[in-house]
Design a protein around this ligand. Sequence first.
Ligand SMILES: O=C(O)C(=O)C[C@]1(C(=O)O)C=C[C@@H](O)C=C1
Length: 275
Amino acid sequence: MQKIAIQGVRGAFHEAAAKKYAGESIQLVECMTFRDLCKSLKSGQSDMAVMAIENTIAGSLSQNYGLINEYQLSIVGEVYLRIQMQLLALPGVELSAIKFIYSHPVALNQCNFFLDGLSGVQVYESKDTAESARMIREGNLTDTAAIAGETAAQLYSLDILKGNIETNKENYTRFLVLTNQSNQSVEGDKASISFELGHQPGTLADILTVFKKNRINLTNIQSMPLVGKPYEYRFHADLTWESKVDFEKAMESAGEFANSIILLGIYKRSNFNFQ
Ligand SMILES: O=C(O)C(=O)C[C@]1(C(=O)O)C=C[C@@H](O)C=C1
């Protein structure tokens, strides 16, 4: 059975993403931080890892781009999940009794509109949505609610006090599937790369022009600070193409413009517009 590392515990959105990618029969390796997830992969404790990378409300989980580079991991796939957030509490507890709300910071960020409308409630960041739900059940906390998914409600026998509290219904999280072996799948039609550029005028424009000329579509570009080199950056980009030859040519020319360029993985693109 495949051992797949996730950030969080059973019932977290990461579990749903892992199962969407690899099927129901997997062995979950629960990691409480994204760094622990990378360590689990590196040490061989897990065969694959699933890592949230961007959300359509909360934005990018920028520290994760840094971790992928730091641990030299490869990307073998991507998964999109529609995310619906529920306010969960012990059965019988009413909203007026809630004094504390716990959830993962990215999950809280997706519910700012709902949270802003509450008064007299303290909101705390926790490691995980499902873990917050479990804490309420195990501690029998009658003044506390968790923001988590429906699966967590079922698993920890909690009621939904308020359903679908995400700020916008078009709420999707993109997860990356990572391994410790290099990956350049021949069937892939999407790639993730990271590169560093010289600090001269036009270097970013030059490399982007290479992609444009070779009909490569950029689906995302991020910059991450280079530690120890203030105000210098490493870029992470996701690329798609119609013809693989275009991608190969683009990578060859891009190499001339970048100080260093790393192919993090070629994989099959996935669609967020499912249902
Ligand atoms: O706490 C969870 O359930 C998670 O799987 C984490 C996480 C994230 O890191 O973005 C995953 C999906 C949602 O965007 C909210 C939280």
